[in-house]
Design a protein around this ligand. Structure first.
Ligand SMILES: [Zn+2]
Length: 125
């Protein structure tokens, strides 16, 4: 009886653990890569971004719906945040979003080069 109670409690504790995101949870985010600080500075009630001092023009996504998103700064996100060659390019990102946050964790992305979409898959680079 006691061991049954321990098992039931164990299951209850496991049930409280948060599930990690899975590949099937990824969504596509379309928009344009912009400097987050400069974009915030240029808008009504603009921020004092001090881009050159601290953020070094850290990049984010200006989605087609006009919302501004930042990226999780991990191995995959870091390249998108820091590669100035991507700035002002049209992009489609496959990634994860998180409740109540405008943060995207990048899985992979495609950049529009002229008329074609060029995929970037991190396994190959
Ligand atoms: Zn900037």
């Amino acid at each position: 009886m006691r061991s049954l109670l321990v098992i039931v409690m164990g299951i209850a504790l496991v049930g409280q653990e948060f599930r990690k995101r899975d590949n099937k949870d990824r969504q596509e985010f379309a928009g344009r890569i912009v400097c987050v600080g400069c974009t915030l500075e240029k808008q009504e009630g603009g921020a004092e971004a001090q881009c050159t001092l601290h953020a070094k023009h850290a990049q984010g996504l200006l989605r087609v719906d006009g919302t501004l998103w930042t990226f999780v700064d991990n191995a995959r996100g870091h390249a998108v945040i820091t590669n100035a060659k991507l700035r002002e390019k049209e992009i489609k990102i496959l990634g994860w979003r998180f409740p109540k946050a405008q943060y995207i964790e990048v899985s992979k992305y495609q950049i529009k080069e002229g008329e074609r979409w060029v995929p970037y898959d991190f396994c190959k680079t």
